[in-house]
Design a protein around this ligand. Structure first.
Ligand code: E4P
Length: 228
């Protein structure tokens, strides 16, 4: 399962890459706002860092960048996607799962610009990304569970549907907006290709109180071993 970082902050991207070996980055307009930089600067900084690391393209290290949410027509989204795609070969374009977005996603994939179909909240929506051969589909989990829905079945249904129609591996499923370690586990059990989460969630998933207790016990033992 690939681990993507949900952030446009360079310090978080660097830390997550060094510490957890993340496989890619996903962003949305909210992450860009939180980076404190204008859109063009934020995406250029990510592009420059990816180049410094020696990543060749989105197969090496995908960075999802979302189009302006004000855009209403497919043509407008396609034009902006083309501009974003020129900035870095690592960029995959996030397109919202609306009617205009689906048209844009289908046409962009036909011209070779890779798409992450985002703001997906149902298996019916996720099917479109598979049909259009999008690089990624992002079914949101954290937002739904924050509203009291249990997403286990939803994510398993998407994996089953993708298996039924040969979409698995062609369109990679990203369990998106992961907020808890349990949501990581639900995604892994369902067999999704990738998850995306903020840095704090990766830190939470890495920690366990018994590991801390074990470290205290073994440190004491080390210190009380004759000759150490
Ligand atoms: C998808 O890539 C993200 O997980 C999604 O945009 C949610 O982001 P959030 O963590 O800002 O809610």
């Amino acid at each position: 399962m690939k681990y993507f970082l949900d952030s446009a902050k360079m310090d978080e991207i660097k830390e997550a890459y060094e510490t957890f070996g993340i496989d890619g980055v996903t962003t949305n307009p909210n992450h860009i706002m939180l980076s404190g930089k204008p859109f063009k600067t934020a995406i250029q900084d990510m592009a420059d860092w990816a180049k410094e690391q020696g990543f060749k393209d989105y197969n090496d290290f995908p960075i999802s960048v979302e189009v302006n949410p004000h855009l209403e027509t497919a043509e407008e989204m396609i034009n902006m996607a083309r501009e974003i795609a020129k900035v870095s070969p690592c960029f995959v374009i996030k397109i919202p799962c609306t009617e205009a977005g689906c048209e844009a996603a289908r046409k962009l994939e036909k011209e070779g610009i890779r798409v992450n179909l985002t703001l997906v909240f149902s298996p019916a929506q996720a099917l479109f990304a598979g049909k259009y051969g999008c690089k990624f589909v992002s079914p949101f989990i954290g937002w739904k569970e924050a509203n009291g829905e249990d997403c286990k079945q939803y994510i398993e249904d998407i994996v089953d549907i993708y298996a039924n129609y040969g979409f698995l591996g062609e369109t990679e499923i990203i369990g998106a907006a992961i907020r808890t370690p349990k949501q990581f586990v639900d995604c892994a059990v369902a067999g999704v290709d990738c998850v995306t989460a903020g840095l704090a969630v990766y830190k939470d998933a890495m920690h366990h109180p018994y590991t801390n207790q074990g470290m205290v016990k073994f440190t004491n033992a080390w210190d009380n071993t004759e000759g150490n």
